[in-house]
Unconditional design. Structure first.
Length: 152
């Protein structure tokens, strides 16, 4: 799996948290007993140039228009088919929030930048990857940060 290979290649310490099968990030956070705002949710976007992975807290909604304006791009949500192609080693709806593992440009909401612990989907609907905040920031080194979501 690309995600775990990337973590191993970068000697990143992490833990796997197993939980009851879920259908969305919010339920994953609940079942794994982790704060919903500490779960990094990935949203795959596209425009005529390329794909972009927006990483936001699971308790938030992406403000697509705001992000498009900040980046000067006409972004839209990628289709389910594109998601399956880009993340072929993951189940639909369980996309990890680590674009670098899939060679996809990434932007991260600043609300995730100062957390002591961050969690992300592990590619299925029963596993979260647990990282220290400092390890998450190291993995996200070089990506663009900004405020482009709002809380539910």
């Amino acid at each position: 799996m690309s995600l775990l290979n990337h973590l191993h290649d970068h000697a990143t310490p992490y833990q796997l948290l197993q939980h009851k099968a879920t259908g969305c990030s919010r339920d994953s956070a609940y079942e794994a007993k982790v704060p919903e705002d500490h779960l990094a949710k990935a949203v795959l976007l596209k425009d005529e140039q390329s794909y972009l992975l927006a990483v936001i807290p699971a308790d938030s909604w992406l403000q697509l228009k705001r992000l498009s304006q900040k980046l000067g791009r006409q972004l839209e949500l990628a289709s389910e088919t594109e998601l399956r192609l880009m993340f072929s080693d993951c189940l639909p709806g369980a996309v990890p929030a680590l674009g670098k593992a899939y060679e996809i440009d990434t932007v991260v909401d600043e609300d995730l930048a100062t957390l002591s612990n961050v969690y992300m989907e592990g590619g299925d609907h029963q596993t979260l990857i647990a990282l220290s905040g400092s390890e998450f920031r190291l993995l996200m080194q070089g990506v663009r940060y900004g405020h482009f979501c709002h809380r539910h």
